[in-house]
Write a protein of this length. Sequence first.
Length: 167
Amino acid sequence: PKDRQTLLFSATVPEEVRQISHVAMRKDYRFINTVKEGDEETHSQVSQMYMIAPLDLHFSILYDVLKKHVADDADYKVIIFCTTAMVTKLVAEVLSQLKLNIREIHSRKSQSARTKVSDEFRRSKGVILVSSDVSARGVDYPDVTLVIQVGSVFTDLILPKSHVHSS
């Protein structure tokens, strides 16, 4: 329609998004960047670290990190991001067998099941959410005490912008 209004919002604006915006937006669109030049893309209060480990040690390391975190913080609220729905399901099953309080969310679950788990996690404490990237973007969970990425988010040895959405 002639009088349509199109709005595009994103936490990051990679070149791909800019290219799409030229197709979807009118020629006289305005780009408003709310991040000042030199500002960090992740919150400065968020501690970030990484560990590279052989695949055969992922579960034992993950369990040790979780066990320590759960012992140190009674109100723990952890999100574990996995690379695929199948990996998410496997990690959730293993951690459940180890008697951790696990919730699972990924694209192979129905939308109603994902909404139920998401709402429950948002309200709860003392819980671990194992998720594929289905809740890595645009979802805000309050009071999260730890975020873990299982599997590589690295492409060509650089951290992609999509990581910013899940920090």
